[in-house]
Design a protein. Structure first.
Length: 289
């Protein structure tokens, strides 16, 4: 079965002369784009593209099909523009603030997908600490803010959840046990420590404090979660960071789960102005589907 994304991939591939670049434009994987075009050719019973190592061309039949596809997509986009205008979504701006770790990892694909569906609405992303985000929400400076562990009454749209993990130098004695065994906070609290805050009040220090403990030997404090892993690798101490912030290169590091497991959850909360914005509600509705 062919859908709009199939047609968009086909047109993008013809325009770009490359399936990989077409996939990037449409927001899917290269294999997904190749599979979509193959499905279209199978359904239509004739090849649409001519492929070689460096580029793709279009067959005579494909040229005719792409012409109709362009007209169809233009008509669909025109209908969608009418719908957005009727809902007050033809143009506008959403100001969205987040602490760094979510701003650079979780939000980009969500914002890209929204921009493709609603090109007339600008989303301005702002970076701040979690305290600053709360202040901006209260002052109506922003329409949306990413809040860590939001209370149920705030009606947040949850966009992520990950575990806190201990990051140790690979030679550390605590790392000699099995991964399944994990490590407890009371075993970590007295160790030389690299405190990574990520711009948030919820970090290793607050996790340890909740257990009635304290970090007694903080060697260095950094805001960037990725920097903490680098400093751990250099032997300055150990750290506790969210699993999503772990570096791809883990040479020289030992990553262990906390026991008992500890998690953080983050969600989008609307300010008073955001709650009254049709653009914001459309953005949130799209995430909830």
């Amino acid at each position: 079965m062919m859908n709009l994304s199939h047609w968009r991939v086909l047109v993008a591939a013809v325009d770009a002369g490359n399936i990989s670049r077409a996939a990037e434009q449409v927001g899917i994987t290269q294999s997904g784009a190749s599979q979509a075009i193959a499905q279209m050719e199978a359904s239509l019973g004739a090849p649409l593209l001519v492929r070689d190592r460096r580029a793709v061309g279009v067959t005579a039949f494909g040229e005719q099909v792409v012409g109709h596809a362009r007209a169809m997509l233009a008509q669909f986009d025109a209908i969608r523009s009418l719908s957005h205008a009727a809902q007050g979504l033809h143009a506008g701006r959403i100001r969205l603030a987040s602490f760094p770790s979510v701003l650079t990892t979780v939000l980009p694909p969500l914002l890209s997908a929204f921009k493709r569906s609603h090109p007339g609405i600008d989303v301005v992303a702002l970076e701040g600490t979690d305290e600053e985000v709360e202040q901006w929400l209260a002052a109506d400076t922003i329409e949306l803010g990413v809040v860590l562990n939001p209370a149920p009454q705030r009606q947040a749209v949850i966009i992520g959840r990950d575990a806190w993990v201990a990051v140790l130098p690979s030679h550390h004695a605590l790392g000699r046990r099995s991964s399944e065994q994990g490590v407890a906070l009371d075993e970590l609290a007295g160790q030389p420590f690299v405190l990574a805050t990520g711009g948030c009040e919820v970090n290793a220090r607050s996790l340890v404090r909740q257990e009635g403990l304290m970090l007694s030997d903080i060697r260095v404090t950094v805001r960037d979660l990725g920097s903490a892993a680098v400093l751990v690798r250099e032997g300055l101490g150990l750290s506790i960071i969210p699993e999503s912030a772990l570096p791809e290169d883990r040479r020289g590091l030992r990553v262990m789960q906390l026991e008992p497991r500890q998690y953080r959850e983050f969600g989008l909360v609307s300010s008073q102005a955001g709650s009254a914005s049709a653009a914001v509600q459309t953005f949130l509705d799209g995430l909830s589907r």
